[in-house]
Design a protein around this ligand. Structure first.
Ligand SMILES: NC(=O)c1ccc[n+]([C@@H]2O[C@H](COP(=O)([O-])OP(=O)(O)OC[C@H]3O[C@@H](n4cnc5c(N)ncnc54)[C@H](OP(=O)(O)O)[C@@H]3O)[C@@H](O)[C@H]2O)c1
Length: 294
């Protein structure tokens, strides 16, 4: 039997990578790469080290690279901007350069935070205006991907949720843990997001990879825009917890190391039309998580 083409997946131990690796195996020979080990047969990769990136790339000799590796914590990036630049920006320059030189197709994950959040419901045609080290680095990385790896696709996602697969907890894991313990949860009434259903990403990526003409920037959030408060109360209701445990809080009263846009909601209709798949509502996404924590 013919061996499926090679696909290099960075960030294989991350929230996104853990969902993609098993789903793509079969159609692709998936080379999982991350800083800590992603398990047997996985490649070591330090995105802060260009030689490490080259070694992983050479070992995989990929036809496709899905770059889901990053320092995804805006506050940690703000605290160490030099490291953030190496990991989130310079690494993409190196990786995209390798893709460009070899003809590998690059799919690069980016973020809704490239927008300043003053308006919301952003399309791919809207002009980014990032605030903070993480967001500025991600925008620079998008440009590097598109310029250095012809045919690249940049996939901007929103705050993500999904089934617990080990590794870093997502916001629903934290929410669920508190609600299940009967603890109150503070949630912002002045921050809007179109949260991405992480468990839908394997299907999105499978369809995107099936169409080589899909290049440029794409958004993939949820079908609806909601405040963090509305999101948390919907989650509590759908999962059968006491909604009254969710308390109103205001982001403007908080101090974060990195700025947070007020409304970074994404319009996902361009990619939805191209791949024939609709992004999920919160209701559908959260219902799919019932029973996920056992
Ligand atoms: N999470 C969100 O809500 C969200 C929202 C918008 C956009 N995004 C973007 O989506 C992509 C995937 O995010 P995620 O949520 O899956 O992130 P995540 O859970 O924080 O995982 C990050 C991944 O990157 C790897 N990584 C971090 N630093 C590295 C380094 N120096 N060298 C090699 N690998 C390194 C981690 O490996 P180790 O486990 O070995 O450290 C891990 O596999 C990122 O580009 C992120 O910016 C995420």
């Amino acid at each position: 039997m013919k061996t499926p083409p090679a696909l290099l997946l960075t960030g294989a131990t991350g929230f996104v990578g853990r969902r993609l690796a098993p789903a793509l195996s079969g159609s692709w020979t998936v080379f999982r790469a991350s800083r800590t080990s992603a398990g047997e047969g996985a490649l070591d990769l330090d995105l802060a080290d260009p030689d490490s990136i080259r070694r992983a790339f050479d070992a995989a000799a990929p036809k496709v690279v899905i770059h889901a590796g990053a320092d995804s914590d805006p506050d940690s990036c703000e605290r160490d901007p030099d490291r953030a630049k190496r990991v989130n920006e310079d690494a993409v320059k190196t990786l995209a350069g390798l893709c460009g030189a070899s003809g590998a197709r690059l799919v690069h994950f980016s973020t809704d935070l490239v927008f300043d959040g003053e308006r919301g419901w952003y399309t791919e045609d809207d002009r980014p205006n990032p605030a903070g080290v993480y967001a500025r680095g991600k925008l620079a990385s998008e440009e590097a991907a598109l310029v250095r790896a012809p045919g690249a696709a940049v996939l901007r996602i929103s705050t993500i949720y999904g089934r617990p697969l080990g590794g870093r907890p997502g916001f629903v894991d934290n929410l669920r843990a508190k609600l299940a313990a009967g603890e109150t949860v503070a949630a912002f009434v002045d921050q809007w997001r179109t949260s991405t259903a992480g468990d839908q990403l394997p299907e999105v990526l499978t369809k995107l990879l099936a169409d080589p003409d899909l290049e440029g920037v794409f958004h993939w959030g949820g079908a609806e825009r909601a405040t963090r408060y509305e999101t948390a109360t919907a989650f509590a209701r759908i999962m059968g917890f006491d909604e009254n445990l969710v308390r109103r809080a205001r982001a403007v009263d908080m101090r974060f190391a990195s700025p947070r846009p007020r409304d970074s909601s994404l319009v996902s209709s361009k990619l939805a039309a191209a791949i024939g798949l609709a992004p999920l509502t919160y209701e559908a996404g959260f219902k799919a998580l019932r029973g996920a924590w056992g």
